[in-house]
Design a protein around this ligand. Structure first.
Ligand code: RAM
Length: 521
């Protein structure tokens, strides 16, 4: 597969390197010790209760671990991303044997309350955050790996008859490239302040050397996540350089004769990602336009314009049938959402039309007037086809695939694309809520687009209710950052067949702050 010429790759990597962010450091300590309690009401069935905070909040640091197996869990009070260090004190004259210590980090309680093995998830076991040491206790134990967590569990197996160990201090050097100084306080209603706080922290903790999808997993840049992070960044931290860097990194590794890769490896070193998601590729142009508008950086927009246009032309030239409808070439990953069984052609039709409109806008923004008519003509053709062939005249709903599936996904994207007008959209969205056999979103990524569609249709109250009921219920269940997947009816939902491997601080879930700060001041 042809990659961009190495000169081009070099140039784009150079541009990305010009925007390497400053990481802000903060040294954090636990707020106290917690103990697990099974609770049917709690998220995934686990509650972590504080151990008598007063009068001895640091009782855990006085405890001597000796002879018997022992364990304890510390709560840092908030989700952190960084490097953990423990200060150990040996009590006793001789160290006659190494100490066996296991440390497990949890973004949510279940990770430190349940055994992580046996593990049968679909992704590498290596993402789970546990470390085992056989060590001669020294003064400091530094954990090399960067971790994302709120809770940390220490398990000490039979230390020794000759000595004991105290954990006198546990610290985390936490990092983010989000600058708290730039963040304007949000002064709206209390309920939304709570949601905003969690959303802002989610974004901040995903802002590292690039916009990561999740600081626990996959710790890399994904184009679809980037768009939503960049939108939220615009109304919060305004770190335009990080968006610029992320765009250039994706561009640097784009093939010359195929769609752009949807991800980019960052650790252990920069490199082309392994996935090509067609819908993400189409979102490159909208993301570039939004960046150009927010930052005023014409140079980047001009330099990346050909790549943005290429993605859309590539799909238009190959995967549109005679009628003007997108047909799945079965060659790329169509994502849209994690919902299994979802028919994706109609949502993609919507994304393509939206992308064409944004491409025309980008051309206008860059003074490339010659480019506008072709994009608008294609947009018209695809819009007409969608209205003619995708609307079921019997029900008025828009359908996708051979089984004529009705989904929130299709409606959200066709509204955003302008295929469905705001008036028609308002009626359809209200009817969708009451209809049976409608395919529901599976996670925050698609819920974002549902909220956006509602706002475009003037359904402000419904959009508020959705944020309150969806993201708000994560807050009620104790989230200190928003989760990658969440179904209020199934706490264990995982696209990877194991809830421990889910990311619980996930990029695409940070967008309530975007909506709240933009529309509900
Ligand atoms: C997941 C990533 C990312 C998402 C893709 C589709 O594994 O976490 O957030 O964009 O897949």
């Amino acid at each position: 597969m042809g990659r961009m010429s190495s000169a081009r790759e070099k140039l784009f990597l150079k541009r990305a390197a010009e925007s390497v962010p400053v990481l802000h450091e903060c040294v954090c300590r636990p707020v106290g010790e917690v103990v697990p309690r099974k609770s049917r009401a709690a998220f995934q069935g686990w509650q972590l209760d504080p151990v008598s905070l007063a009068p001895k909040p640091k009782a855990w640091s006085a405890r001597i671990h000796q002879k018997n197996n022992s364990s304890f869990i510390l709560d840092f009070g908030e989700h952190l991303v960084g490097y953990v260090e423990c200060t150990l004190a040996v009590v006793g004259a001789v160290i006659d044997a190494p100490m066996h210590l296991k440390i497990t980090f949890g973004e949510v309680p279940s990770e430190v309350c349940e055994p992580l093995d046996p593990y049968h998830g679909a992704l590498s076991r290596g993402w789970l955050q546990d470390e085992t040491f056989n060590l001669i206790p020294r003064e400091k134990l530094r954990i090399e790996r960067r971790v994302a967590f709120r809770y940390v569990k220490f398990e000490i197996t039979k230390p020794s008859f000759s000595y004991g160990v105290r954990f006198t201090d546990v610290t985390c050097r936490a990092f983010t490239s989000a600058s708290a100084k730039k963040l304007a306080p949000y002064r709206g209603p209390k309920e939304f302040r709570d949601i905003d706080k969690v959303a802002v922290r989610t974004l901040a903790n995903c802002m590292q050397d690039v916009f990561e999808d999740g600081p626990k997993r996959d710790r890399r840049l994904w184009l679809g996540d980037l768009r939503l992070q960049a939108l939220t960044n615009e109304v919060t931290f305004r770190n335009h350089a990080l968006v610029r860097r992320s765009l250039y990194l994706l561009a640097a590794f784009a093939p010359t004769n195929d769609l752009i890769r949807s991800d980019c490896y960052v650790y252990p070193k920069l490199g082309q990602g392994g996935c090509t998601i067609l819908d993400y590729a189409l979102l490159f142009a909208p993301t570039l336009l939004e960046y150009a508008r927010a930052s005023g950086d014409q140079k980047t927009a001009r330099e990346l314009w050909p790549l943005a246009k290429f993605q859309i032309d590539f799909v238009l030239e190959r995967f549109i049938d005679q009628r003007g409808l997108f047909v799945d070439p079965k060659k790329y990953w169509l994502f849209i959402d994690w919902r299994s069984g979802l028919e994706k052609e109609t949502p993609i039709q919507g994304i393509l039309i939206f992308a064409l409109a944004q491409l025309a806008e980008l051309a206008r923004h860059l003074g490339l007037a010659r480019e506008i008519p072709a994009a608008l003509a294609a947009k018209e053709k695809l819009t007409e086809a969608a209205r003619k062939y995708l609307r079921d005249p019997r029900t008025g709903f828009y359908v996708s695939g051979p089984k004529r599936q009705v989904s929130w996904h299709s409606h959200a994207w066709l509204i955003i694309a302008g295929v469905i007008t705001p008036d028609e959209g308002a009626k359809l969205l209200k009817r969708l809520r009451k209809s049976k056999d409608v395919v529901m979103p599976a996670g925050p990524y698609l819920y974002h687009y549902v909220v956006e569609a509602m706002l475009l249709c003037g359904l402000k109250q419904e959009a508020l209710d959705l944020m309150r009921n969806y993201w708000g219920s994560m807050v009620k269940k104790g989230a200190s950052t928003f989760w990658e997947v969440y179904d209020p009816k199934n706490d264990h939902l995982s696209p990877y067949e194991n809830h421990h491997i889910n990311s619980y601080c996930h990029a695409w879930s940070c967008t309530p702050s975007y909506f709240i700060r933009k529309h509900f001041r």
